[in-house]
Design a protein around this ligand. Structure first.
Ligand code: AMP
Ligand code: GLY
Length: 423
């Protein structure tokens, strides 16, 4: 079987490694991929938004299965175009990827189908948003409606900050057209958990839980990033929480999408907040998380191809989805200065130490291969993952492995998984 993966980050590297383990797979391609993915797949220089070129490539190579990893092409309708050309594809169509592509849509869906989430209002007029703020209580949360690289959420402590926020989202278009509409919602407190799931339109199967660390600095300080590290499973995702979510959130979301004529096939990522009143949905994503995939997929026992095909064929109810009874921690090695400004092009040493080890992984995010070897080529450079018998062991192994890697301006958080000690 020939598989094409669309995307270029650590998540797609984790997907590629998982796909490679399937005995049914002969060739793996990745568009555009990155230097690390190039070690497990053949990278093709086609951007994830170059739909015509991706379709032409898939036809030319007789690709049997395409897996779309990234949000932008999903929301833009790449799956529809591949399917129209007769290419089997894993991921939601455009009319279902809107679950991630529009926060106003997802909030209205949750309200209509009684799925627990924060109270909110949607706005497409800044004057009305400003008027609403006059009688609101603070802190309050402003969200640009569309995709904004995970940065379109502002938590405002005062009316003044919120007014500035409305202006920057809706008038100054800080997040571009993502800010044509916005959601204003109630501020919630609690622990956050990421739950990924496979969905075939009707059936949903939940993967092992995870927790991300979005802020750049230790102690959850500094700016929001694409994710500085993860651990899986989350000790706060108890049986009680799981039971609640199965009853009120997971199947309810799949059924709601089907009832709206937007059958969802692919991965639904539930961003949950465990509040005092019970779990609430913070957001939906229509894909694997990054860097959640880097701790969840290495623990999956199933053949990924079997699961993905069951999602496409609507036979997920026949799949017994299983995860190893262990834990994994991923620490992101970034370039100092990320997410604001940073230098690139520094040689990376120590990558060979990961070769031939079953429970250590190095996922590439921003690297490039030159004649002199691998060099840094982005803000998030590598994701170092280790598996262990439990979270503590996984964490100490992951941090041990971060020491194997060297590059100038190497930066990481030192408290990934610190929450484990409070469990
Ligand atoms: P989102 O992209 O919607 O997940 O938001 C990004 C981050 O903002 C989340 O991971 C939370 O930390 C925070 N956040 C979003 N919505 C809320 C909310 N209603 N209350 C408190 N924090 C929130
Ligand atoms: N780690 C959060 C995300 O992938 O959106």
């Amino acid at each position: 079987m020939k598989v094409l993966i669309v995307g270029s980050g650590g998540r797609e590297h984790a997907i590629a490694m998982c796909v490679k383990k399937s005995p049914r797979v002969d060739e793996i391609y990745c568009a555009p991929g990155n230097a690390g993915i190039g070690e497990v797949a053949q990278c093709v220089p086609i951007g994830a938004m170059e739909f015509d070129k991706i379709v032409a490539f898939a036809k030319e190579k007789s690709i049997d299965l395409t897996i779309v990893g990234m949000d932008d092409p999903l929301v833009g309708g790449l799956v529809d175009e591949l399917e129209a050309a007769g290419i089997r594809t894993f991921g939601p169509r455009k009319n279902a990827a809107i679950l991630e592509g529009s926060k106003a849509f997802s909030k209205d869906l949750m309200k209509k189908y009684n799925i627990p989430t924060a109270a909110y209002e949607n706005f497409d007029d800044p004057e009305k948003a400003l008027a609403y703020l006059e009688q609101a209580s603070f802190p309050i949360v402003l969200k640009a409606d569309g995709l904004a690289l995970g940065k379109g959420v502002l938590i405002c402590n005062t009316l003044e900050e919120a007014r500035d926020g409305v202006k920057s989202i809706m008038e100054d278009k800080k997040f571009g057209s993502a800010g044509n509409k916005m959601v204003i919602e109630e501020f919630m407190t609690g622990r956050e958990v990421s739950v990924l799931s496979f969905v075939d339109g009707k059936t949903i199967k939940i993967m092992s839980s995870a927790q991300d660390h979005k802020r750049a600095m230790d102690g959850d300080k500094g700016l929001n990033t694409g994710g500085m590290g993860t651990f899986s499973p989350s000790p706060f995702y108890t049986e009680e929480v799981d039971e609640f979510c199965r009853k009120y959130i997971y199947q309810a979301t799949v059924d709601a999408m089907a009832a709206e004529g937007r059958e969802f096939k692919g991965v639904i990522f539930f961003g949950l907040m465990l509040t005092e009143k019970g779990p609430r949905v913070l957001e939906y994503n229509a894909r694997f998380g990054d860097p959640e995939a880097q701790v969840v997929l290495p623990r999956m026992k199933n053949d990924m191809i079997e699961v993905v095909e069951a999602c496409i064929d609507g036979t997920l109810d026949k799949v017994d989805l299983q995860f190893e009874d262990n834990a994994a921690v991923c620490v992101v090695l970034a370039s100092d200065g990320y997410p604001v400004s940073y230098e690139k092009g520094f040689p990376i040493t120590g990558l060979e130490k990961f070769e031939g080890r079953d429970d250590y992984f190095v996922f590439h995010a921003g690297t490039k291969k030159t004649e002199a070897g691998f060099v840094t080529n982005g803000g998030r450079v590598l994701g170092v993952t280790a598996k262990g018998a439990d979270l503590k062991e996984a964490r100490s192994k992951a941090y041990e492995a971060t020491e194997w890697i060297g590059f100038e301006n190497k930066y990481m958080r030192h408290d990934i998984g610190k929450a484990i000690d409070e469990a």
